[in-house]
Design a protein around this ligand. Structure first.
Ligand SMILES: Cc1ncc(COP(=O)(O)O)c(C=O)c1O
Length: 445
């Protein structure tokens, strides 16, 4: 019998997952299109690898095992899998067609919805991925200012301009790498050190898992403007999650340009660049930002329906309330087991992160052990609580029960130092994405 969301007495059987994975090896280097979904992020031999379907906050793997999901497609599934209002809108659109030879009314309608909801949005353009939107923002800022340098903080996608700042930058020309430096979150002095009067744009994620210090976001804006740079908020995670109007609404700081993507379409491939008319108007001129699928209607129909649900219902309040229960509940359990110094959960309710301290043992081994035990209880977890409108209080209750069991085992391992011996598969591997403090040095100029 496949496992269910509940206490199972054995790990899920994953024969079909493993068979598909065996076919993918040697066919798709490195088997996944999304690093965060790949087998390196889950205990190999215990976790499922391929998902067949989802419903609400649950999904079923190709072997029929049921899981409560805390990744929600790595962010985009804000309302829940197969959310009726969104799927109905997509089905209705499908009856009229997908991609046409002229523009479609949905392009206008969704642009208006974004202007109604995102404080900085006076004009809008669409893309299909977050990286497309951030790359368009950078090109636009460069064209608007007539400058080339960029200073950034956070993750902004796979394109050359950004990935050249990180370790996996093979294939990015040195000249492109030289134009971009990073600064540290909550550290205005590091921004002052990185920026100069040749900087076209300062782009940052307004929040990942640490809360912005009082005045930090306003300080970033002030420094950017003092140097004549465009201030871009990358709200691909925070947009439509932290508040209907994103982190800029939540923290009361309005950028010049904004990128949104994950939060707004409940899983359809969509992104948008929005911002001040004075800057956005430059897209009318010589800046080239066009692609075949930019106005594709299935994604626009799904996005329109998603934003309309959010305008009518308390979606963001729900994400935050349930996510706060999970975050605070996790910390209470860890404290109760005497391991609060080794593990904790931080972040916004809509998206929080569990961390492990190296003083207890290799953090990846600690994470693997907790993950393995949660998977046994039907909870698919890779260190995050990415909440959806379909998660319920009962889901949170079950997850906290599962944490209670998993952290009991964690505490035993912390006591005797035996992590790997308790694992029934291979431990998870690091992602290149650090959440704070990566590559923060200003580049030599
Ligand atoms: C803040 C942020 N910006 C940009 C991106 C890139 O988006 P995509 O993977 O859709 O290209 C991501 C993706 O995780 C992101 O989290």
């Amino acid at each position: 019998m496949p496992n269910i969301v509940g206490h199972n007495d054995h790990d899920p059987v994953i024969t079909e997952s493993d068979a598909l994975h065996a076919r993918a090896v040697g066919l798709q280097p490195p088997v996944t299109q999304v690093l965060a979904k790949g087998p390196t992020q889950y205990v190999n031999g215990v976790a499922p690898k391929y998902i067949a379907r989802g419903e609400g906050a649950r999904m079923w793997d190709v072997d029929g095992n049921e899981f409560l999901d805390y990744n929600m497609g790595v962010g985009p599934v804000t309302l829940g899998y197969r959310y009726p209002a969104v799927d109905d809108a997509i089905r209705r659109q499908l009856e009229s067609g997908i991609t046409f030879s002229l523009m479609h009314p949905l392009e206008v309608e969704v642009s208006e919805l974004i202007c109604d909801t995102v404080p900085s949005a006076e004009m809008v353009r669409f893309g299909k991925s977050g990286a497309e939107a951030t790359s368009a923002a950078i090109r636009l800022a460069r064209a608007y200012t007539g400058r080339e340098k960029v200073v950034c903080c956070g993750y902004h996608g796979w394109h050359d301009w950004f990935i050249g700042t990180l370790p996996p930058k093979a294939g990015v020309p040195q000249g492109v790498q030289d134009l971009v430096s990073t600064f540290a979150y909550n550290d205005l002095a590091s921004l002052e050190a990185a920026i100069d009067d040749e900087t076209a744009a300062v782009i940052l994620e307004p929040m990942t898992f640490d809360w912005p210090d009082e005045g930090f976001l306003a300080g970033v804006k002030e420094i950017a403007h003092r140097h004549g740079a465009v201030f871009v908020m990358d709200e691909i995670w925070t947009g439509y999650r932290w508040a209907l109007g994103g982190a800029q609404e939540r923290f009361g700081v309005t950028p010049d340009l904004t990128t949104v993507s994950k939060g707004m379409g409940n899983g359809v491939p969509i992104s948008a660049l929005a911002g001040k008319a004075e800057i956005m108007r430059v897209l009318d001129g010589t800046v080239f930002f066009y692609s075949t699928f930019g106005g594709e209607t299935i994604a626009l129909a799904g996005t329109k329906a998603t934003i309309e649900v959010m305008q009518a219902e308390p979606v963001q309040e729900h994400l935050e309330r349930l996510g706060n229960r999970l975050r605070d509940g996790y910390n209470a359990i860890a404290a109760d087991k005497g391991i609060g110094h080794l593990t904790g959960c931080k972040g916004h309710g809509a998206r929080s992160l569990v961390t492990f301290d190296p003083s207890g043992g290799d953090p990846l081994h600690q994470k693997s052990l907790v993950q393995q035990e949660l998977i046994r209880d039907g909870v698919l977890w890779s260190g995050f609580h990415t909440m959806s409108y379909s998660h319920t209080d009962a889901d949170v209750d079950h997850t906290l029960d599962a944490y209670d069991r998993a952290l009991t085992i964690h505490a035993q391992a912390a006591e005797d130092g035996e992590w790997l011996g308790r694992l029934r598969g291979a431990p998870v591997e690091p992602v290149f994405r650090a959440t704070t403090g990566f590559n923060t040095k200003p580049k030599e100029r």
